[in-house]
Write a protein that binds this ligand. Structure first.
Ligand code: HEM
Length: 456
């Protein structure tokens, strides 16, 4: 692909797709606060492809939900379709080397170094510790009690990041890290403000947040340095140890087994390692907790599905639990959309789009489009068990292409392991549907999805 205007869609060439006439500030407000309501209306009015203007700028976002278009965007040349550019607001906390923020060669190199630790076969090695963390949490629950599901799932997924990803298992260190990391991941709209105006970091409450972040960084740097020197590095299963091995040179041992022994790839420095660890924490913690909460909530509203899920947990059958998780991520997408910003004029799905336009496959609209999913609003995990029922590029909770979520297999493994531990011990019931709330960029159950627990 060249940097000149290049067709990645149909043959015809149209201009910018139509969209609402509203002023940018209004669209931005609606998009940030009320997109669950507004996006389906725009889809109904303008069809699968439409444009909206979003501040600052304003920038033009072109929204897509036809699977043929989504496929082309995911397969497009990443050097012309930048994904990292749209995430730079997260740079002050994730760091400039973050996989989420970088593009081009830097992204390619980091992704190559991180991928093996998130490959399918590696998941088996992480699972026992995930199960032990979930079991310890479930052990603390009481029969007949009410579970504040989102909080409890957040507690599990946080410990999974600390123990399975960072490899910190010493209870004293965990006790120091947990509250600091919890403070760090609680990023409200106010904190985003300071990322745009860093001078705010000198005054409360931003000063406290920044100090806390520095303390977490110091602990992470100490952990990285210590681990580099550790005698047992070769035998350790956690993600950080694997990343350190991935850059350790040598053509034998775990590095070669994991397929990363590429002498041309420069290993990650301490600073890069810190940025990737914080990225994994922020990208992998609340997202998975939210998906798990929605899954338990849906099962809690459907006794027949609950019965089947309990049987699946008892027999260790991950297939059904996996389908329950996938269907929850479809009906309640944790992230609503992904974005690629054009680096040159491009023709996308027959529309000639100028440089700097952001093309946006809509996860929310893809998942609720009747042409993609019959009875789209119904929670029906069986659709994932019927061969051919879920077509390619319609179920896209993890995005796609070279930027597809690196933690997709990890979160599904974690989800099945946690559901198994919960359902072997308890049946849950939800009294009413949980409303949705947008927390920064993730959708969570706004009432934290309370569930009644009944010991089995
Ligand atoms: C239900 C759980 C999760 C959901 C719904 C989710 C969703 C996503 C989405 C939509 C993207 C952007 C993809 C794109 O632009 O095409 C993404 C990227 C990413 N996710 Fe996840 N994620 C989840 C869990 C995780 C976990 C467990 C981790 C790691 C421990 C993780 C790490 C990342 C990273 C590092 C990226 C950036 C990838 C890149 O730009 O190359 N995510 N995720």
């Amino acid at each position: 692909m060249t940097t000149a205007s290049t067709e990645i869609g149909q043959d015809t060439t149209k201009g910018l797709p139509a969209g609402p006439w509203w002023p940018a500030w209004w669209t931005t407000w609606k998009f940030l606060k009320d997109r669950k309501a507004i996006m389906p209306k725009l889809h109904e009015r303008y069809g699968d492809t439409f444009s909206i203007k979003i501040l600052p700028g304003p920038r033009t976002f072109v929204i897509f939900s036809d699977p043929a278009d989504v496929k082309k965007i995911f397969a497009a040349d990443p050097s012309q379709f930048h994904a990292g550019e749209g995430n730079t607001i997260l740079e002050p906390v994730m760091g400039s080397h973050s996989l989420l923020i970088t593009d081009d060669d830097e992204h390619k190199r980091s992704r190559k170094l991180l991928m093996p630790a998130f490959s399918g076969p590696t998941m088996k090695a992480y699972r026992p510790l995930v199960e032990a963390i979930a079991k310890a949490e479930v052990d603390s629950w009481e029969d007949g009690g009410t579970l504040v599901t989102l909080d409890r799932m957040n507690a599990i997924t946080l410990d999974v990041i600390l123990q399975v990803v960072f490899g910190v298992t010493d209870e004293k260190r965990l006790a120091v890290l947990r509250p600091k990391v919890t403070k760090m991941v609680n990023i409200g709209a106010g904190m985003l403000l300071a990322w745009s105006w860093p001078s705010l970091y000198r005054v409360p409450p931003w000063r406290g947040y920044f100090k806390n972040q520095q303390e977490v960084d110091e602990i992470l740097y100490a952990e990285i340095r210590e681990r580099r020197e550790a005698h047992d590095l070769e035998g350790r299963a956690d993600v950080l140890s694997r990343l350190l091995r991935a850059g350790s040179g040598g053509g034998s041992g775990p590095r070669a087994e994991e397929g990363t022994a590429d002498p041309d790839v420069e290993p990650l420095s301490d600073e890069e390692m810190r940025d990737q660890l914080v990225t994994l924490l922020l990208a992998g913690h609340e997202t998975t907790a939210s998906a798990l909460s929605w899954t338990l909530h849906e099962l809690g509203r459907n006794p027949d599905l609950m019965k089947r899920a309990v049987e699946a947990a008892d027999t260790g059958d991950d297939v059904f639990l996996d389908a329950c998780l996938k269907e929850a991520m479809r009906v309640h997408p944790v992230i609503d959309f992904v974005a690629r910003t054009l680096q040159s004029d491009q023709v996308v799905a027959g529309h000639a789009l100028p440089r700097k336009v952001t093309v946006t496959p809509s996860i929310m609209l893809s998942h609720s489009r009747e042409a993609n999913f019959s009875d789209a609003h119904e929670y029906r995990p069986d659709r994932f068990l019927t061969q051919g029922e879920v077509a390619a590029n319609t179920w896209i909770p993890f995005g796609g292409g070279v930027r597809r979520c690196i933690g997709a297999a990890f979160s599904l493994m974690e989800g099945a392991a946690v559901l198994g531990e919960v359902l072997r011990r308890y049946e849950v019931t939800a009294d009413q549907p949980a409303p949705n709330r947008l927390r920064n960029i993730t959708n969570v159950p706004s009432d934290k999805a309370p569930l009644r627990l009944r010991a089995r």
